[in-house]
Design a protein around this ligand. Structure first.
Ligand SMILES: *[C@@H]1O[C@H](CO)[C@@H](O)[C@H](O)[C@H]1NC(C)=O
Ligand SMILES: *[C@@H]1O[C@H](CO)[C@@H](O)[C@H](O)[C@H]1NC(C)=O
Ligand SMILES: [Zn+2]
Length: 326
């Protein structure tokens, strides 16, 4: 034994092996720890002390503690009607596409090709779609991110678009309207959403962090209502709702909700797992302060009705003037 020890010591610089082993161990430990402290989680995720729940995201991602964050509670009686919010123009939404679905550890992303684009809606230019994803609750708990007059909806769909010519979130984040996010709230119905089962099946194939699958021949327009039903929406300026909380988002929250049955909700909530291995439930950020922001909504009156009202007002004014002058 003594001889073996001696020969090992003699084979290289004395102590080199043990010291290297020790520092390797330290480096590995440090990497493991820093990876964990850099991780963020959701409020109900119950991850251990080393990970950051939403109230502590800002310690690792400073922008999350900044002003004008998302999501928000929309108080309908405080919303300003804006006559200059035209309908959005959806480009490529009806195309047949293959989409890759990936479990990202905190949610599942459905990657969209750049042929899917968006403009109109008072947005300053054209935007390319990047991905869509959902926020949900768990076990009957609602899980939308935006709330309306304090009401949380069962689920919320986000379609993320990046302004042209930017190619990534990193490039777009310095532009106040670098990202256009479309939000659809789900409402529980007795009937199934007729086209959500392909999405549910895909989620069942990406149960663990990093796993991927492809949905062939997908139509984005199967998931959302026709454009003619999407003229009415709320608009405000905010941020991404996951770290780094980039403050560069023109938010559009549609009035029209999407249907989902309790069977479908149950199936969605039960399949995926977080990067921690625990069930992926309650994946939403708490609502953030308005910080003096104004939420706008489209004028719900039709153009014809507005023109009619204007004509009646002019007619009455003319009658009134005539009556006064005679
Ligand atoms: C989708 O994938 C299939 C099989 O790989 C391929 O044949 C088809 O051309 C793809 N469609 C599109 C629109 O990319
Ligand atoms: C989750 O998967 C991604 C790759 O898809 C990886 O970069 C990340 O480190 C994983 N997270 C954990 C905590 O395992
Ligand atoms: Zn989202």
């Amino acid at each position: 034994m003594a001889a073996g020890w001696k020969s090992r010591r003699n084979s290289s610089h004395p102590c080199a092996a043990p010291v290297m082993g020790f520092s390797l161990c330290l480096i590995t430990l440090h990497l493991l720890l820093s990876q964990c402290t850099a991780q963020w989680c959701y409020q109900r995720q119950f991850c251990d002390d080393s990970c950051k729940d939403p109230s502590r995201w800002e310690t690792e991602f400073p922008r999350c503690g900044g002003l004008h964050q998302s999501p928000i509670n929309i108080v309908t009686r405080n919303v300003h009607v804006n006559d200059n919010l035209p309908p959005l123009v959806f480009i490529g939404y009806t195309d047949i596409i293959n989409i890759t679905v990936e479990n990202k550890g905190h949610s599942a992303h459905f990657a969209l090709p750049p042929s899917v684009r968006l403009t109109g809606g008072a947005l300053p230019g054209y935007y390319r779609a990047a991905q869509f994803h959902f926020h949900w609750g768990g076990n009957g708990r609602p899980g939308s991110e935006h709330t309306i007059d304090g009401e949380r909806f069962p689920m919320e769909l986000h379609i993320v678009h990046i302004k042209e010519p930017y190619n990534s979130l990193a490039e777009a984040q310095h532009d106040m309207a670098g990202i256009a996010l479309l939000a659809f709230l789900f409402e529980e119905t007795t009937d199934d959403h007729p086209h959500l089962d392909t999405v549910i099946a895909a989620l069942g194939l990406v149960q663990n962090n990093g796993s991927t699958t492809v949905i062939p021949n997908f139509h984005l327009s199967d998931i959302i209502p026709p454009a003619s039903d999407l003229h009415h929406y709320y608009r405000y300026v905010g941020s991404m709702t996951t770290p780094g909380c980039e403050h560069a988002v023109a938010w559009t929250v549609f009035h029209r909700t999407l249907p989902i049955s309790s069977r479908q909700l149950d199936a969605i909530v039960k399949q995926c797992r977080f990067w921690t291995g625990l069930p992926m439930t309650d994946i939403y950020r708490p609502t953030q302060p308005l910080d003096g922001r104004i939420v706008y909504r489209t004028n719900s009156g039709t153009v014809q009705r507005r023109v009619l009202h204007m004509c009646i007002r002019i007619f009455l004014a003319v009658l009134f003037t005539l009556a006064l002058t005679h």
